[in-house]
Design a protein around this ligand. Structure first.
Ligand SMILES: Cc1cc2nc3c(=O)[nH]c(=O)nc-3n(C[C@H](O)[C@H](O)[C@H](O)COP(=O)(O)OP(=O)(O)OC[C@H]3O[C@@H](n4cnc5c(N)ncnc54)[C@H](O)[C@@H]3O)c2cc1C
Length: 385
């Protein structure tokens, strides 16, 4: 439950509170969290109490009502800590709640949004399948109409929070038309739903993605998002743009921490009788990383402000997601180089984050999909700028 004291804070004071929480509770518990292999329940509860699950949900649904730009500034802060902390609520605040806000029926909003805002309902977004990755139109999961609802069959993979979410937003085919996908709210504990975690993860290890099997899962007709068949991908668009903006901001937060770690190490580590920070080659990596980090920060903030003014700027968000996630990988790689052997050995933040940021270039549209989308939108994009 979000406390009254948190609700009364101005944005500047809330930002400061999240900064302190990040340093004092998230960063300082990272090693213990990594060794335990998962985010402790105590910290999940703290994130909910502080309102992180309801950051951008409107106040009328129990959220804090921050704008997308404010959410981006908050994300810059809490993603200086391990990326898996924010994975615990990212699919709820972005993909699922935004689809609900934009397209849900009154009944669906009343049923889920308040619980999502206070952290008691975790949501997962279940689109990807074995044969439907970048090409979402290839989804094979089916939803067959029955007298009073639908029966779902299929298999999803790589679903964030899929193993512990309360509700899954499942995309399934409701017609023969290639693009006729519909979105359904499915209780994760419903008969016929089975989840499985991978044996190992390359990054995001403490927040593993799940495989979900749906075998004759029955849902009522009220489970269909917006009560409309065949419109699932369009309904998901606002949430997808919201999530891409959030992932771009996450990349900036991660790069900020990586650069801080690399710069501290460079000042401390002495070779050839002087701190390695005095070597031009190290300065080039640090200086270039800072310049790229600031370019990414400015781009994602600018997209978020445009998002708040009206329709999400789809292509510019693609550019921000592409640039910031590639930038974070570059910064992580340079940080490993600056740390030398310490960048490879042990469970320090740099080797761990190097693995974690790699995945940012794959989910919410791979880098190649964003490059393709941007290339296709040219030269119109240039004319508009
Ligand atoms: C940590 C993590 C969390 C995730 N969370 C979720 C989630 O919560 N919900 C969910 O539904 N999914 C989730 N995913 C899945 C993610 O969205 C997919 O992995 C992603 O869309 C890519 O699909 P794929 O892995 O099948 O790769 P593929 O689509 O098979 O791509 C393989 C390669 O081919 C390239 N490629 C594909 N098509 C083209 C093209 N047209 N042009 C050029 N290159 C192309 C890709 O860029 C990539 O390099 C998650 C994935 C990860 C890693």
């Amino acid at each position: 439950m979000i406390s009254a004291e948190i609700r009364a804070l101005s944005f500047a004071d809330y930002l400061q509170r999240i900064r302190e929480f990040t340093n004092e509770e998230l960063v300082s518990n990272e090693v213990a969290m990594v060794r335990a292999g998962s985010v402790p329940d105590r910290l999940v509860a703290r994130m909910a109490e502080l309102g992180l699950c309801g950051m951008t949900l409107p106040r009328e649904y129990g959220g804090l009502g921050w704008t997308v730009a404010q959410q981006v500034r908050l994300t810059f802060e809490f993603t200086r800590a391990s990326v898996v902390y924010r994975s615990r609520f990212s699919t709820t605040i972005g993909l699922v709640s935004q689809a609900l806000l934009a397209h849900g029926t009154d009944r669906q909003r009343r049923r889920y949004l308040e619980a999502m805002a206070n952290g008691s309902c975790v949501a997962a977004f279940a689109l990807t399948e074995d044969d439907a990755g970048s090409d979402a139109t290839a989804v094979r999961t089916t939803a067959r109409r029955t007298g009073d609802g639908y029966v779902l069959n299929g298999r999803k993979r790589y679903i964030t929070n899929g193993a512990w979410a309360d509700v899954l937003l499942v995309f399934a085919r409701t017609g023969d038309d290639q693009t006729a996908l519909s979105a359904f709210f499915v209780d994760r504990t419903a008969p016929g739903v089975r989840t499985r975690l991978p044996a190992a993860m390359n990054g995001h290890a403490e927040g593993p993605i799940a495989e979900i099997e749906l075998n004759d899962v029955r849902v009522g007709s009220e489970a269909l998002l917006g009560g409309e068949e065949g419109d699932g991908l369009r309904q998901a668009l606002r949430g997808i743009n919201h999530a891409r903006t959030h992932v771009a901001a996450t990349a900036v937060g991660q790069a900020t921490r990586l650069l801080a770690e690399a710069s501290r190490h460079a000042a401390r580590r002495t070779q050839f009788g002087q701190p390695i920070a005095e070597f031009g080659a190290i300065q080039a990596m640090l200086g270039r990383s800072y310049a790229e980090l600031e370019a990414g920060r400015a781009l994602v903030l600018d997209c978020a402000r445009e998002f708040d003014r009206g329709a999400p700027p789809r292509e510019r968000i693609s550019a921000a997601k592409l640039y910031c996630t590639e930038m974070a990988s570059e910064v992580a790689d340079r940080a490993v180089q600056i740390l030398g052997g310490e960048g490879i050995a042990g469970d320090g933040p740099v080797p761990r984050m190097w693995r974690d940021v790699r995945a940012l270039r794959i989910y919410e549209g791979t880098s190649q999909i964003h490059e393709r989308n941007l290339a296709r939108a040219l030269p119109g994009l240039l004319d508009a700028s």
